[in-house]
Every structure is written in structure tokens, then in C-alpha cells.
Design a protein around this ligand. Sequence first.
Ligand SMILES: Cc1cc2nc3c(=O)[nH]c(=O)nc-3n(C[C@H](O)[C@H](O)[C@H](O)COP(=O)(O)O)c2cc1C
Length: 364
Amino acid sequence: MKNILKPYKSKNLTLNNAVVMAPMTRCRADNEGNVPTAELHGTYYTQRASAGLIITEGSQVSTKAIGYLNTAGIHTEAQTAGWKKVVGEVHENGGKIFIQLWHVGRMSHPDFHGGDLPLAPSALNPEADVYTSKGQKKTVAPKEMTLEEIKETIKDFKDAASNAMAAGFDGVEIHSSNGYLLHQFFNKTSNHREDAYGGTMEKRAKIFFDILEAISEVMPVSKIGARFNPSLHGMFGMTMDEETIPTFEYIIKRLNEYDLAYIHLSEPFTDVSDIDYAVSNIAKHFRPLYEGTLMINAGFDQEKANEVLEAGNADLVAFGKLYVSNPDLVARFEKDASLADWDEDTFYTTGKEGYTDYPILAEQ
Ligand SMILES: Cc1cc2nc3c(=O)[nH]c(=O)nc-3n(C[C@H](O)[C@H](O)[C@H](O)COP(=O)(O)O)c2cc1C
């Protein structure tokens, strides 16, 4: 029987178990320079080091990539040094950790950019809410990126990957998911470009492959993962169309040509059974298209996780909210122990509360 608690070994990954901590923005880098700290980030991730693999919060690859308050970055020396301490602590505690490389694109606001417009494939407002230092605001129509700005962004991802290697991370995950910049390029509804980066599914996917190629110049491709949320609809300003799923099929099939650490897919975040172009069972749909390690996420508990492994539809399962409130999730699964509930009110606040103060079993 397959089981998430058994060690996982592939050509590129050797993990103590198949339980992954999903990437989660927690907004705790509320300091000058958005630097992750040993006190907060180090403690938080070390508490969760028994996961087979940790994927960090989305970490901006440049200041232009920011769309939330107090998110940690990976584009300055101070941030790299901060992450190095965090990674060192996780490694000392027997854990493995990838960093998620993030650009929010149009899911931002001029407040974050000294009054300048956020960047996106096309000047289309996602009509979403964002939280800036001046409170909740509506998104605006972003600036359509020039070819030069696309080139700079590709370089920002590459430089961020270099920094991640310098910080000692076991790998990086390209955040091409959840309605952020790369996802905005994939979907026709958010990408109206007619140049090399829009117009056909191959062209809409080009920026992702350009970034992947650029990152591979500074680190082994075997340490790179990529995250996708193919059936995202009605959230983060995203709308599906008849080419959305075929575009993801194209990308994921083409990724067989790259010897990645893994691909990380999300099941739909909402009920999409009534949405014309959506696929409801992502793991089942995409598993036959991809030969490498497939990580699945969204809405899993221990039982469902073992079922998806047993059905052969995934190799690893990532847990998000359960990891917010259960730092010792693996031990709890092993003992079939009760799971603590998470408090949504402290997902994005500052300080220790709701971050590093969730107890482990023995302390309860
Ligand atoms: C507080 C919070 C922050 C999140 N931040 C990110 C993020 O930075 N990057 C990302 O890819 N997904 C992010 N997500 C999505 C999670 O990785 C995951 O897909 C989602 O929580 C569903 O999985 P779950 O049902 O196991 O919680 C976030 C989710 C939560 C609850």
C-alpha cells in the first residue's frame, strides 16, 4: 500500500515522507527591506521541518513583484542572508526546503510601486481587492509589459534563483499559479498580446519556459519545481476559456522534456462542476500527461492523500492550512492524533501570534 508517511525517492528527490508543506504567504517580514528573520521565519519553518519537503511562502523576485504587505523577498543581499539562516536551521533539524519564486503581476496596486502601475501581460484590471499600507483598495488596470520589461523580469527570476542557491535552498519552485504574473500570461482572458508572448497557447506559455531556461543557467534543472492551478475560475481575477485547459496540457506535456524536481498542481479552489471549460479532478486528468514527480494540493487530509497516492494519481501531497496550525503534522498523522484548527484572522498579521505559537502534540 502506498502511504504519505513512507519515504519518497525519485531520481531527483529523496524525502523522509511524501508530506509537503504547501507555500503560504504569512506577511511576517515587517521590517525595512522585507528580510526573513531567524526569530520568526526560522522558528516557523524549523517547527515544521519534519515535513518531507517545505515550500516557503511566495517570495518576491524584485520590488516590482510585490502585491502584499510585509512579504519576504529573495532579491537583496540582506534577504539572501536572512534566508540562509532559516535554511540552515531547517537543515540542522533534518528538513528540506525549496523557496517559491513569486511575481504577482497585476494583483498589486500603485501604492506598492511609488505610484507606478503594476506590470502585467495586458492592461486588464483583475477587479480584485488588495491590501496596501493605506488599507483595502481596488486593483487598477496594470501597465502592459514591454518586451524589455519581460526580459528584465526573466532576469529577476534568474537572479532570485542564484540568491536561493547562495542561501542553501534545496531547490526553487516557480510560482506559475493562482492568478499571478505567469498565470496571467497563460490565460487568454488576461493576455491579449499579439507579440511573441501572446496570441497562441505556445506564445502565452513562452515567458514561463524562458524563465525556466534562464533559471537552469544558474542551478540544476533537477532542483526546480513549478506550480500550476489549471481550473482556477472566478478567483484572483481569473476566468477560464476554451483554451485554458489545453494550454496547461501543452505546458505540462512539454515539461517532460525537462528533468524537473516536480510539478505541483492544485485541485480547483472552488466547485467548478458547472464551469464549461474546467476540469474537476486535476490529479487524475494530468497524471497521464506527466512522467516525473507529481505533487498535488488543495483540500487534502490524510485519508484523501493516501487515496490519491494509492490511485497512482500523485506522488506527493502538499498541505496548506493544516500546516498553519499543526507544526508536527507528520507526527499527528503517524499517531492518528487530533488536528488543531487554524485561525484565519492571523494568517496575514504580524508577529508570533498565529504564526509560531501553535503547539505540538506533547505541549497540548
Ligand atoms: C494563508 C495562505 C497563504 C497562501 N499563500 C500562498 C503562496 O504564497 N503561494 C501559493 O502558491 N499558494 C499560497 N496559498 C495556497 C496554498 O498553498 C494552498 O494551495 C491552499 O491553502 C489549499 O490547500 P489546503 O486545502 O491544504 O489548505 C496560500 C494559502 C493560504 C491559506
